[in-house]
Design a protein around this ligand. Sequence first.
Ligand code: AMP
Length: 111
Amino acid sequence: MSDCLFCKIIAGEIPGNTVFENDKVYAFRDINPQAPVHVLVVPKKHMDNILQCDAETAAALTDAVQQIAASEGVAESGFRLVSNCGRDGAQSVNHLHIHLMGGKQLPERMG
Ligand code: AMP
């Protein structure tokens, strides 16, 4: 999608701090990290949010999360996954993304 920030990062038109990439998924460091490890895991194919996600993409995202958690050193200690969706979910970029956050004890309260 031509006016989508994350599509531009995936296409290399805007720089992204790459953590992981394969044919279906791109992952990069959040520009405003909320934890020592804060990676955005996104499908290369544009979809607005989880409501548009198909099973094949969900599987690819899950596989990427598992690999990134290991490579970022948080698989043992634990981490949090968040995918904000829509207005009340405070989604600010309308390209499906999973926040993978860890590297410290995260607060119990989420909302
Ligand atoms: P959300 O509010 O769930 O839609 O999350 C969007 C995330 O994208 C925020 O955590 C931002 O800090 C992050 N973000 C915005 N622009 C960039 C960028 N150019 N590179 C990396 N992360 C970004």
